[in-house]
Ligand binder design. Sequence first.
Ligand SMILES: Nc1ncnc2c1ncn2[C@@H]1O[C@H](COP(=O)(O)OP(=O)(O)OP(=O)(O)O)[C@@H](O)[C@H]1O
Length: 600
Amino acid sequence: MKSRQKHDRFQYSVENVIDKPYNWTQMTRLMGYMKPYLGKWLPYAILSLAVVTLVRLGVPFLISIAIDEAIQKKNLMDLFEIAGMIMGLYVLGWMESALRIRWTNQLGHSVIYDLRQELFTHIQRLSHRFFDKRSAGSILVRITNDINSLQDLFTNGVVNIFIDIVMLIGILVMLFVLSPTLTFGIMIVLPLMFLISIQLRKKIRLAWQTVRLKQSKINSHLNESIQGIRVTQSFTQEQENLAFFERMNMDNFEAWRTATQRSATFRPIVDMAGAIGTAILIWLGATLIQADTISIGVFVAFAYYLGNFWEPISRLGQVYNQLLMAMASSERIFEFLDEKPSVPEQQEAVELTDVQGSIVLEDVQFSYDGQRDVLHHIDLKIKAGETIALVGHTGSGKTSIVNLICRFYDPTNGRVKIDGVDLTQVRLETLRSQVSIVLQDTFIFSGSIMDNIRFGRPDATDEEVIQAACAIGADFFISRLPNGYHTEVEERGNVLSQGERQLLSFARALLANPKILILDEATASIDTETEVKVQQALKRLLKGRTAIVIAHRLSTIREVDTIVVLDHGTIIEQGNHTSLMDRRGVYYDLVLSQFRVLGT
Ligand SMILES: Nc1ncnc2c1ncn2[C@@H]1O[C@H](COP(=O)(O)OP(=O)(O)OP(=O)(O)O)[C@@H](O)[C@H]1O
């Protein structure tokens, strides 16, 4: 039993390997990303195609003429001329290939750039519900690995497909022109080859999809492990983590091995077909030469064409593998791109400007997962400029109410209104510019202190940033830092203390100057001196705004206008501190129990 628990410790949402047939619609959609570049690169593509065709089809033809006309008839001048032409064609071919590598690379990188940009932009717009269901790591994989795996297809694959197909058709035509009998003889192997490769394709596709899933799992786990490394170390869970990682790494290794092994079977099939074709050529060709049906020159040209024939087929096999990998990746990319925000913006959504700040929740019911209601029939009126505090046991629904006011989620039933306008009718951007949240665990982005405060209003000047910091009282610690406002802080702001981070987030909110402010009050105990500073800063911050404070320490909310007491998603008491104390209900008990805890 114990070992089972261990195995179940890390759980990631299972993404199934989806076995779908080759999907033309999806491929067309993927190829659509090349559209903007067609105008620029199409002339190059046509030129490349013309040159490659000329070189690959021309050289064997010239060789056959050299043998039949110049060598056999001992005409040295003609031989020099033909050799010169062959040389010229090879030089042309070399120049074309050097140029092609350059422009296909540019094309590939441009497409990858666009796709990554679109995916990131789209993900930024998605609602909280989307992020609830997925780990950061698995999102990361799609933006990095899945998109990277399309790179080969766009830089080499797509252009080569066209060149190779044209080449195959060209060679077939030349072979038929030279000798239909010999061509039929050799092409007998083709249908056999296709039958075998079709069987392989499905297996190869599945194997690559499995690889992607395993990688996604590794990345999710890595992300979680690194983020949680402090907890892991403090609970000495490194060995467990390591064992789990090793298992996943091994799974990934196996998946890669299977996929590459399966992919590698394609080439030998082509080689085998080539070998059989050559044997037929020698046997049938010699017979036809003896019967004087074909010349030695034609026989040699055949051998050359045939050599050139298997190469594009084998490359098409490779490109087919790339296409299969691209199918697996694009399926995952498009799944995200097709994800609609769960809080959609209406076409005729209105701008929320000149907000006064009154908030109303009308008979609101809410569930995160559609199964368990976390808020029941909430009716709440907050007047403009008023400060209310939400209190209640953990899990009672305080954060959920705030999530609805910011419209991170829509209520299952009922309405949330600001200044009388239903939030579903409002443009999200204008709503969020009027509402700021100051979280308990302030997120500090990598950059300078100045940048971090300016996050609240990107167009603020340095003076405005400093003014906001002074007004909040954050200036005292910022000026003590080695580079003052230009001190670089890392992601999560590990160099700053909890109180300092909180002051920084207040300054950020003050600069944003929202009409509605939501404050998740810090639970951690900070020293009394900082506490006093934070409380003073808070007073300044709340002035002239509607404020909702998620209160954990009841001592700090005595002066707020209204205290709303929640229990299991229902409002059970509402009023100011004195009236609720007089009532001797749940709030009274909460205050008393906190007082007792603090008193001991
Ligand atoms: N993203 C989510 N998906 C599903 N359920 C959720 C989600 N977030 C919260 N819940 C559930 O909703 C209920 C209310 O949570 P909420 O975060 O609103 O409580 P809270 O009063 O803010 O708690 P705390 O004081 O601990 O922050 C809880 O039972 C919680 O398990």
